[in-house]
Design a protein around this ligand. Structure first.
Ligand code: NAD
Length: 484
């Protein structure tokens, strides 16, 4: 599958595509071929301010509509996303290396717009007569301008997961896409225009974090900001909110997720799931199980099966080709970071498989890599690598492995594999993470019927159902009515 002849790279502000005000652009390079893909317009301070101002101007009339009046725009957009799924897949592959065969993002994003089209009326306030002489109620009302700052690893889905709930309850939005993967967001903006959203309701800009991202985080007219990305940036955004207008901030950050495999587990299934978790999207998944703890009695067998999975199931190659399921890392910077961790890994643990960039291809590829018997305090056990790299360690007892699994500053996802129901529930309770997989692991989540988010430094707040995403974008007002 090829790229479209015309790639949209401009900013979408107030319903129109515009070039950056200072003429600045940046280059997107295909991480598989190292060929130039596009020159993308970079939002300046002025552009970012203009996007916020247009969202602010659009707010009164958009918030005056009912959810039922907003819904048709969502339905139209969802249908357009589905129609353009193949092009979106090709754009993602060419900019950040996700194989087109693994691209679920378009349909998932369309599903979010369809879902929220129906959900706008479901968040309601309360009434109370508990204070004698009063009838008290609460109103749930939109904030006004909401900003969404998204990462490059699953851009379309995160965009939709933030923007759809924010818009359906009456907010207007400014999305800032990642400078590493801006092409699908810009394409989506063309579909927003086609769907006929009123100007200013849904703005999409791209650019660098320290310019447009920072301006949005400090902006006095942005009242809520939803962010998915690294802990480092999340902290900067939280600090920017504190320094400016104390905007509501929701942070979905990184992880160092453990998977615990007991000897009574279905070992083959556990290997299949945990190896897929490491390899999928070339390991560039926040909740990927990057630390695996296997009971000592089945450790050798598990590692053999794991190696077998990586050698037989992983097809490394150009992400624009259909049968490939393992593309390159997103860019040179990611590639260099992962290579650095591979060196650290070799110094602290035993290398079982992988451990380098493949020698037979250019592009930012990394071989799926397994280390065993790495000391718990090694740097690679503590930090997020964001590549197809896993540390597999052994354990003897439940107490020991629960302590090891929780000995991390992160808490996004944790998994346990066992056939013992009591043990599974003890671990579901004891593991410190926002999502626990029992006999399943990431990227499996409760898609449309559960919240998602992190314990500890993996984030603040939750997205998803029931009502978390919608509530994130609503203020609560108490109305106190004195009865005569
Ligand atoms: P990143 O933090 O480098 O960038 C994310 C976004 O923040 C980009 O749009 C970037 O331009 C912007 N940004 C950078 N500096 C900024 C600043 N000073 N102010 C405002 N915005 C700024 O993260 P990334 O490399 O794009 O994504 C990878 C990280 O995201 C990993 O840590 C991963 O675990 C995490 N992630 C978390 C989830 C989740 O749901 N918890 C999902 C996907 C990715």
């Amino acid at each position: 599958m090829g790229l479209p002849e015309q790639i949209e790279t401009r900013l979408f502000i107030n319903g129109e595509f515009v070039e950056s005000s200072d003429g600045k652009t940046f280059d997107i390079t295909n991480p598989a071929t190292l060929k130039h893909v596009a020159k993308v317009h970079e939002a300046s301070e002025k552009d970012t301010d203009r996007a916020v101002a247009s969202a602010k101007a659009a707010f009164p009339s958009w918030s005056a509509l009912s959810p039922a009046q907003r819904a048709p725009y969502f339905k139209k957009l969802a249908a357009l996303i589905r129609e353009n799924n193949d092009e979106l897949a090709a754009l993602e592959a060419a900019s950040m290396g996700k194989p087109i065969g693994s691209f679920f993002d378009g349909f998932a994003a369309a599903g979010k717009f369809d879902h929220y089209a129906e959900a706008g009326h479901t968040v309601q306030g309360t009434t109370s007569v508990q204070t004698p002489g009063f009838l008290n109620l609460t109103l749930r009302q939109p904030y006004g301008v909401v900003a969404a700052i998204i990462p490059w690893n699953v851009p379309l889905l995160f965009l939709a997961g933030k923007v759809a709930p924010a818009l359906i309850v009456g907010n207007t939005v400014v999305v800032k896409s990642s400078e590493k993967a801006p092409l699908t967001s810009a394409k989506l903006a063309t579909l927003v225009q086609k769907a006929g959203f009123p100007p200013g309701v849904f703005n999409v800009i791209t650019g660098f974090g320290n310019v447009s991202g920072s301006i949005l985080s400090h902006h006095m007219d942005v009242r809520a900001l939803s962010f998915t990305g690294s802990g480092r940036t999340g902290r900067l955004i939280q600090a920017a909110a504190a320094k400016s207008n104390l905007k509501a901030v929701y942070l979905e950050l990184g992880g160092k997720s453990p998977a615990v495999v007991f000897e009574d587990a279905d070992l083959e299934k556990a290997v299949q799931d945990t190896a897929y978790s490491v390899q999928s999207n070339s390991g560039q998944v926040c909740m990927m199980n990057s630390r695996i703890y296997v009971q000592d009695t089945v450790f050798d067998k598990y590692v053999e099966l794991f190696k077998g999975y990586l050698t037989s199931k992983v097809a490394v190659g150009d992400p624009l080709e259909k049968d490939i399921n393992h593309g390159p890392q997103a860019d040179e910077a990611q590639h260099k970071t992962v290579l650095r961790y591979l060196e650290m890994g070799k110094q602290s643990g035993n290398l079982v498989i992988g451990g380098a960039a493949p020698s037979d291809r250019e592009g930012y590829y990394i071989q799926p890599t397994v280390f065993t018997n790495t000391p718990e305090d090694a740097q690679i056990m503590k930090e997020e690598v964001f590549g197809p790299v896993v540390n597999i360690n052994t354990f003897k007892t439940e107490e020991e492995v629960l302590a090891k699994a929780n000995d991390t500053e992160f808490g996004l996802y944790a998994a346990v594999y066992t056939r013992d129901i009591s043990r599974a529930l003890r671990f579901a309770k004891g593991l410190e993470a926002g999502t626990i997989g029992v006999n399943c692991t990431s990227p499996t989540t409760a898609l449309n019927d559960g919240p998602f988010g992190g314990y500890k430094s993996s984030g603040t707040g939750r997205e998803g159902e029931p009502f978390y995403s919608l509530s994130n974008f609503l203020e609560t007002k108490s109305v106190v009515i004195k009865l005569d």
